[in-house]
Write a protein that binds this ligand. Structure first.
Ligand code: HEM
Length: 359
């Protein structure tokens, strides 16, 4: 089914008033829900300074056809609520194809474009719905994912990736982990929950519809990394490509949690101008308004990389502005983006689904 047709189906379902009555029929899901320590108003995608160390990222397509589409979105919302809590943090996010045209916004939501250098594999890209299940062990993640998928027979898995955050830890209230290039990631994120919320959470003054306030845009990029090729470089060369040491320290000796003065190095002698951090965040007083909470994936020695994931309140000022600046960075020859998508994480609670259902 094409995106357009699916969108049409959902629109028709909503117009016909079919959205709203849906919900969980299966008794075991209802039981699981009442047992779970579901945290109603807390945003699962931002829970804790560090994301939980294991994840499954599952993109789903709606295959129900006819009048069940809207009700199925409500069902998916309840299924995710049911598995969320305790050792699991789970959330859903909608692709552009899942929103009826009668609903205004989210303003920036669209299908992820192909950026220069991307080789998008359509079996690993886009999707009507994103289900992200994170947890304290691979086992709890797998159990929650299987449970959720059993409850969603009208959705087909489009793509699914396992993720892990090696050396997952918190330092100065920032979540850090080691990526497949052996570098620590997370220093560029804010060090307080208020700082995270400011970059990520949609507020009333943004011109977004009221049902979307409190939500966030999530970008996933499946980035294959040429680790063999990378490992042939010296650590010194790698650090000049990233613009930080493997453990986060700046190349001019500034501690990783403080800000370097790039203006004192206009030619990029210490921190090259085409290094990742210099391209990503050239103005140290105005950091890019996004928060990264990614995972590593590994299919084999030859096929591993990042499930890059970031959240922002404005897609153009967040991910897209940084992505454009990264064109031509020194790291580009070691990376290949093969998948991902743009999604919208609705605000906590039921308000958004009730609002969509009433259109
Ligand atoms: C291609 C694979 C990538 C790798 C291996 C990678 C790795 C890193 C590393 C090691 C850092 C420094 C530590 C930190 O601040 O977390 C970093 C920083 C950063 N990266 Fe990436 N990254 C990748 C892709 C991306 C993409 C696609 C974006 C967004 C479009 C991005 C945006 C950023 C930002 C905003 C920072 C923080 C810069 C700062 O505030 O100093 N990265 N990345």
């Amino acid at each position: 089914m094409t995106t357009t047709t699916r969108r049409g189906v959902l629109r028709a379902a909503i117009a016909a008033g079919a959205v709203g009555a849906g919900g969980l029929a299966a008794a075991d899901t209802v039981a699981l829900r009442s047992e779970s320590s579901h945290q109603d108003q807390e945003a699962a995608h931002l829970r804790g300074p560090a994301p939980l160390p294991y994840a499954q990222v599952i993109a789903l397509d709606f295959i129900g056809g006819g009048t069940r589409a809207g009700g199925s979105l409500r069902t998916a919302h309840h299924v995710v609520e049911a598995v969320d809590g305790g050792n699991v943090a789970a959330w859903l996010a909608m692709g552009e194809s899942m929103l009826p045209s009668s609903v205004a916004g989210p303003r920036h939501l669209k299908q992820m474009p192909t950026f220069p250098g991307d080789v998008l594999d359509h079996t690993q890209s886009h999707g009507d719905l994103l289900l992200q299940i994170t947890g304290t062990s691979p086992h709890v993640v797998q159990d929650a994912a299987e449970h959720a998928l059993r409850e969603l027979p009208l959705w087909r898995v489009r793509w699914r990736l396992d993720g892990v955050r090696p050396e997952n830890r918190t330092e100065d209230s920032r979540g850090l982990a080691r990526n497949p290039f052996h570098f620590t990631e997370g220093y560029g994120n804010p060090d307080t929950p208020a700082g995270v919320a400011k970059r990520v959470t949609i507020t009333r003054d943004q011109g977004e519809p009221s049902w979307a306030v409190g939500g966030s845009y999530q970008v996933i990029r499946v980035i294959r990394l040429a680790t063999d090729f990378w490992d042939r470089d010296t650590v010194h060369e790698q650090e000049r490509i990233v613009g930080r040491g493997r453990d986060g320290q700046w190349l001019d000796g500034t501690p990783g949690t403080e800000q370097p003065v790039f203006a004192a190095d206009p030619q990029g002698k210490t921190t090259p101008l085409d290094s990742h951090v210099r391209r990503a965040a050239p103005d140290r007083r105005n950091p890019p308004p996004l928060v990264r909470r990614g995972y590593n994936y590994r299919h084999s020695d030859d096929d591993q990389g990042l499930i890059f994931s970031c959240f922002q309140r404005n897609l153009e000022q967040g991910f897209e502005a940084v992505q454009h600046r990264l064109q031509g960075e020194a790291m580009a020859k070691y990376t290949l983006t093969v998948g991902g998508g743009y999604f919208f994480v609705p605000p906590p609670g039921d308000g958004w689904i009730n609002a969509l259902a009433s259109r």
